[in-house]
Design a protein around this ligand. Structure first.
Ligand SMILES: *[C@@H]1O[C@H](CO)[C@@H](O)[C@H](O)[C@H]1NC(C)=O
Ligand SMILES: *[C@@H]1O[C@H](CO)[C@@H](O)[C@H](O)[C@H]1NC(C)=O
Ligand SMILES: *[C@@H]1O[C@H](CO)[C@@H](O)[C@H](O)[C@H]1NC(C)=O
Length: 392
């Protein structure tokens, strides 16, 4: 890249300086020598400063480019392909350009569902009275939904088939993002499923998502078979094994990041080609790895590393716990809304538990705004408890 050239330029310019300093005394007046020295000092300064700045500004990591971290050692220069350079400049400029401002900022609620949404009536309770601050999008991949709430009428977008674990899942997410980005008032984008419910009232959710600069994308390093074990060498050199990450699919992201996801084709295509079920006898699921890995590489400090949608994996099965009607009690919902530490469990033999406080703008707060998976027949109990549990 250009960085090593800047190095060479800096060094050759600096080598001129000692020559000037050790010249034999001349008859020129002292002030000329002083002036020349001052110019030299500022030249050295001008070269040395950007040199340190850019040398540590390694690949995408905008955090490392921060003026507060300039003492980091220079990273080894990596030779980038044409596609990587193109991806680098596009992603860098998206991250450095403030997104479109809106006088009426909204949150886009994007529902990814096979068909009808069993909790429309619950969501209606959540949305009513806040009409100016949200928009709804529904991607129904199997059958045309029947809507029970007028808020969901005419909110279906063009959809396509979605196969669990395949890239078509990511394609559906991108379709939802593209439709939601059309409305420039949408500033934050939440992906939800048909089995998701809200855990707080609308104002709480709105302020939680809008009053922070990060996207809530789940991301952790799992060295085990269900994490890095799914990495395929075909992804290198663009995606290295050390950068491969895992996380739940249910994200919420700011506008800039939504744009970035649509702008990326290089990394998307790597996952499309090399992360799929049955790849070299292993199963890789693009929806669990693409976004965590992408954001870990390009903007690690721009994501919270946990998802605001709670799910209970503690039963250790292939699918998370699904709550039945009788499970839905005030105590259960109170328990979920009180959690303020995120938990990740690795999949290798020792099953390491990574537990971190949920820091919202630096303050420890409850982690979750939504929860899944709830069975459709839990609706009545949820409706009954809604005003109580959302005001905790
Ligand atoms: C998320 O994790 C990465 C390490 O993968 C870390 O650099 C970053 O600071 C974390 N984000 C936040 C908001 O703490
Ligand atoms: C709620 O949390 C308490 C304390 O951890 C636990 O004993 C209880 O079983 C939980 N209740 C439900 C319904 O999850
Ligand atoms: C909701 O809370 C109120 C006051 O705390 C209580 O009287 C009422 O029984 C609760 N309702 C349910 C359904 O738990």
């Amino acid at each position: 890249m250009k960085i090593p050239k800047a190095w060479r330029l800096g060094i050759s310019e600096m080598q001129i300086m000692p020559v000037l300093r050790h010249r034999p005394p001349s008859r020129r007046p002292l002030w000329i020598i002083v002036l020349v020295s001052l110019v030299c000092v500022s030249l050295i300064g001008a070269y040395v400063y950007p040199l340190r700045h850019y040398a540590t500004c390694y690949f995408f990591d905008s955090s490392i480019c921060s003026p507060f971290t300039q003492s980091l050692p220079p990273a080894p220069a990596k030779v980038l392909t044409d596609e990587e350079i193109a991806a680098y400049v596009v992603i860098r400029d998206i991250l450095e350009t403030p997104s479109l401002q809106s006088k009426n900022p909204k949150i886009a609620f994007m529902f990814l569902t096979p068909g009808s949404l069993p909790f429309e009536k619950l969501w209606e309770k959540f949305f009513l009275g806040h009409e100016e601050r949200f928009s709804i999008y529904v991607h129904a991949s199997k059958e045309k939904p029947e809507h029970e709430s007028p808020l969901f009428l005419n909110r279906d977008i063009h959809s396509d088939e979605v196969v669990w674990g395949k890239i078509s899942m990511v394609d559906a997410e991108k379709r939802l993002l593209a439709n939601a980005l059309e409305d420039t008032d949408n500033q934050h984008f939440v992906l939800l499923s048909d089995s998701c419910i809200p855990l707080h009232d609308f104002d709480y959710v709105y302020n939680y998502l809008m009053d922070t600069k990060v996207s809530f994308i789940d991301c952790f390093e799992d060295p085990g078979p269900h994490g890095t074990g799914r990495y395929s060498d075909g992804m290198s050199p663009e995606v290295e094994k050390k950068d491969f990450r895992k996380g739940a699919q249910w994200f919420s992201m700011k506008r800039q990041h939504a744009l970035l996801v649509l702008a990326d084709s290089l990394y998307y295509n790597k996952f499309k080609q090399f992360c799929k079920p049955g790849m070299h006898g292993r199963n890789c699921y693009a929806d669990e790895h693409y976004l965590p890995t992408l954001f870990h590489m390009v903007d690690p400090n721009g994501i919270a590393n946990w998802s605001v949608t709670h799910v209970d994996w503690s039963e250790g099965k292939w699918h998370p716990k699904a709550y039945k009607a009788q499970d839905v009690t005030f105590e259960l919902l109170n328990n979920i809304t009180s959690i303020d530490e995120s938990i990740h469990v690795t999949s290798e033999g020792k099953k390491e538990v990574q537990q971190r406080p949920c820091l919202w703008n630096g303050v420890k707060r409850p982690c979750y705004l939504f929860a899944r998976k709830f069975n459709p027949e839990a609706l009545d109990n949820l409706m009954q408890h809604f005003s109580n549990y959302t005001t905790i």
